[in-house]
Design a protein around this ligand. Structure first.
Ligand code: GLP
Length: 241
């Protein structure tokens, strides 16, 4: 794992540079998208670079990590809505080339893996991390060989995400998420973690054992992972290489 520690602002800029590099090498790249508060500064940077003509998404494709079960894409807390609102509506990507798992038709979730494969596989998957180490919505205990599947959300995850809803009762109980194997199949991975609330889990997933109890720890075994941390999220690391 390559670990980059910088200010919160520079983390977004430096992560955006990886998109510039990838899309100039391969304009048809397949991008893996993530939601949450963490990627918002990166998405703002990508919108800016797109408007300035530095980067183009017109031939790119994207596949998002996850979606809440039961929310239509038009619901303002659905991850489809989030992606349109924070990124897709403001860049030159073709909407038909953007994919978010359906939270409504959950009959055959693993079909999403076949769609990714048919598109040639993900070139660069973006990840945030939950305070319990989840990536996508792969909660502790998720098997390493999991493909896209439906999960029951941990109470703690629902509580953390309740800030976006009117009350905890409105937070869906289930989500559909790429599995750990789906994520590990990506040719390269970027994980961003910012803020002091992530410091403990950052230390665990980077310096602790590889264990299903910390889903992000599996990234230690992927050959091309870049972890971007701000100083607050990196505070507990022993080796600040
Ligand atoms: C959600 C998402 C994850 C995300 C995590 C952290 O649970 N499913 O993909 O990484 O939250 O969110 P935040 O970036 O807001 O801390």
């Amino acid at each position: 794992m390559k670990i980059i520690i910088d200010t919160t602002e520079n983390v977004a800029k430096r992560a955006a540079q990886l998109y510039v590099d990838l899309l100039s090498r391969n304009p048809q790249a397949v991008l893996g998208g993530a939601t949450g508060s963490t990627p918002i500064p990166l998405y703002k940077e990508l919108v800016k670079l797109n408007k300035e003509g530095v980067i183009s998404f017109k031939d790119a494709k994207s596949f998002n990590l996850d979606e809440y079960v039961g929310l239509e894409g038009t619901h303002d807390q659905s991850y489809r809505y989030f992606m349109n609102d924070n990124l897709f509506n403001h860049i030159d990507i073709k909407m038909e080339n953007t994919h978010v798992p359906s939270g409504i038709d959950i009959s055959e979730p693993e079909k999403y893996d076949s769609e990714i494969e048919a598109a040639g596989g993900i070139d660069m998957q973006l990840l945030g991390i939950g305070v319990d180490g989840h990536i996508g919505f792969n909660e502790p205990g998720t098997p390493w060989d999991s493909l896209t599947h439906v999960v029951e959300l941990e109470q703690n995850t629902r509580e953390v995400n309740a800030r976006f809803f009117n009350s905890i009762d409105e937070v869906p109980t289930h989500a559909v998420t790429m599995g750990i194997k789906t994520v590990m199949n990506a040719r390269s991975i970027i994980l961003i973690a910012t803020g002091s609330s992530k410091a403990e889990i950052v230390k665990k997933f980077i310096e602790g054992p590889v264990t299903t109890e910390v889903p992000a720890s599996i990234l230690q075994l992927h050959p091309f992972v870049t972890v971007f941390l701000d100083h607050e999220a990196a505070a507990l690391l022993e080796k600040k290489a």
